[in-house]
Design a protein around this ligand. Structure first.
Ligand code: NAD
Ligand code: MG
Length: 396
């Protein structure tokens, strides 16, 4: 069996590091072909020393020059590149078998789209890609024969709980509902009056998962679940009304599919992203992911609740933009990226995130999603308006 060459977009992040952990355990199957990160030179250099990739990419030229000097001094074979063009090229290169899309946010859209257009196996963690340009991206996947494997734990669980030929239509497969589970995040039971004053550190302290800061804040507002509803709509071609969010604080049932005969199929496991990553990497086979076996006796009980629409306003905003369609989800995504960054910099309150998202949606009318250029222009407009509203201190 020949080894698969993998480009890891976002190799220094939470998903990237877990991906490299799976690659490390299976050197006979996988090779890190290109490792790509934003600006973490030290961490990327360490990864180059261990994995000896053919390419490594940083965003800006000066940092890339620094990395190149270090790699040369260490006698590594790695060629160093920088910028978006390099990400696009190394996602589509002929040597590449699979791309792990694990950049956070809109920055991952173009390279991930390039991988789809090159017909690669696309392992998708970067959900913002589907939120911004779901129709365009799924069209590229189908048109170029790419294989889309969801890495987001919920979508990976749904994928595992569906028949392999689900793309003939969920209704034709007897599916009546997708049950998308959510932990409820760190503020599930925090008194509403206290939410205004919560800090970034409190928001990033997720009860079950260790993740990057942006997705941690999204989990606290449940914007993450909203983005995942949109993600599920596109990956599984599911009508929004078929997708039901179920709060499940233990994060053991990673999601489920309900069928017309009364069956519910679910995937369970410890909350460790190496399980969905390894499943996407090895599909349709299974490999050891290095994850501890699930101990149901230690867990004891599984709880389920309906989400609270007042506490989690962002979840409803996601259903609203899905129903509106066009570029409305891209506007929400852009506003939310700016809102979360401002919250993390303590320039916006926690409750300000949902308020800002809603205000930007009200200020900017959506248009039909047609080209990548349209989506990127809308993304830029929404960011500008969101920044302006923060500067004007419209929200406490
Ligand atoms: P993270 O912040 O830990 O890592 C992000 C990575 O992207 C880093 O390597 C960073 O260097 C890179 N990056 C950011 N901007 C870049 C740019 N402009 N150019 C090149 N590289 C850039 O984030 P994460 O938690 O690993 O999440 C990554 C993606 O996966 C997000 O879209 C998130 O929603 C999704 N996801 C994460 C988890 C999780 O458990 N962490 C679970 C499901 C889905
Ligand atoms: Mg998820």
């Amino acid at each position: 069996m020949s080894r698969q060459n993998i480009t890891v977009l976002g190799s220094t992040g939470s998903i990237g590091v877990s991906t490299l952990d799976v690659i490390r355990s299976h050197p006979d199957r996988y090779r890190a072909f290109a490792l790509c990160a934003h600006s973490q030179v030290d961490k990327l250099f360490e990864q180059c020393l261990e994995f000896r990739p053919a390419f490594a990419v940083l965003r800006d030229a000066p940092l890339a020059a620094d990395l190149a000097a270090r790699c040369r001094a260490a006698g590594l074979p790695t060629e160093i590149r920088h910028g978006l063009d390099a990400l696009i090229e190394l996602s589509a290169a002929s040597e590449v078998d699979a791309v792990m899309a694990a950049i956070v946010g809109a920055a991952g859209l173009e390279p991930t789209l390039a991988a789809a257009r090159a017909g690669k196996k696309v392992m998708l963690a970067n959900k913002e890609v589907l939120v911004m340009a779901g129709e365009l991206f799924m069209h590229a996947v189908r048109q170029h024969g790419a294989r889309l494997l969801p890495v987001d734990s919920e979508h990976n669980a749904i994928f595992q709980s569906l028949p392999v030929d689900f793309d003939r239509g969920l209704a034709a497969c007897g599916v009546s509902r997708i049950l998308l589970t959510a932990s409820g995040g760190p503020f599930r039971n925090t008194p509403l009056a206290e939410l205004q004053g919560v800090t970034p550190e409190q928001a990033c302290a997720h009860p079950n998962w260790v993740m990057g800061r942006k997705i941690s804040v999204d989990s606290a507002t449940m914007m993450n679940k909203g983005l995942e509803v949109i993600e599920a709509r596109w990956i599984f071609d599911a009508p929004p009304a078929m997708i039901q969010v179920v709060v499940h604080p233990q994060s053991v049932v990673h999601s489920a599919v309900q069928y017309v005969d009364g069956s519910v199929l679910a995937q369970l496991g410890n909350p460790d992203m190496r399980t969905p990553i390894a499943y996407a990497m090895a599909w349709p086979e299974r490999i050891d992911a290095g994850v501890a076996p699930l101990d149901l006796f230690a867990i004891g009980r599984l709880d389920f609740q309906a989400p609270d629409p007042v506490r989690f306003r962002c979840l409803q905003l996601a259903y609203d933009v899905l129903n509106e369609g066009g570029t409305a989800p891209a506007i929400l995504n852009a506003a939310n990226e700016i809102a979360v960054a401002a919250f993390l910099e303590q320039r916006l309150s926690f409750l300000g995130i949902a308020q800002l998202n809603e205000a930007v949606l009200d200020a900017l009318p959506a248009v039909p999603e047609s080209s990548l250029g349209d989506v990127l222009a809308m993304d830029a407009d929404a960011r500008r308006i969101a920044q302006q509203m923060i500067t004007e201190r419209r929200f406490a």
